[in-house]
Unconditional design. Structure first.
Length: 115
């Protein structure tokens, strides 16, 4: 018997950048909205200048993001090491945002900035 497969819409994609590429992105786009998706205590210990905090692990992450962010402007996200930011990027992309993600997270960013 022939099996048929349902064609599903492809999941929207986001772009991951190295710290150097991420810095160029931030410097070249004045409209970009920079979002730190870590926990508040991580943000308070240090974050990228001009970032706003929206904790991806909070139950209201997407609701808060939609209320704080302009969906007509791109969003750049980062976390500590890159895992949570990928989750946030997937959620935001599905919600209609154009998303860029820092692949190595804040740890990679600090290594890059301290070279």
């Amino acid at each position: 018997m022939f099996l048929s497969f349902l064609c599903c819409a492809k999941e929207p994609k986001f772009i991951s950048y190295s710290p150097e590429e991420f810095e160029k992105l931030l410097n070249s786009n004045a409209d970009i909205q920079l979002v730190d998706v870590r926990r508040p205590e991580e943000f308070d210990a240090g974050h990228i200048e001009k970032a706003i905090l929206i904790n991806v692990q909070a139950s209201d992450f997407l609701k808060k993001a939609k209320s704080l962010l302009d969906d007509s402007k791109p969003v750049a996200v980062y976390c500590r090491s890159g895992r949570r930011s990928k989750d946030a990027a997937r959620q935001l992309t599905k919600a209609g945002f154009i998303v860029y993600e820092l692949d190595t997270g804040f740890l990679g960013w600090m290594d890059y900035k301290n070279k």
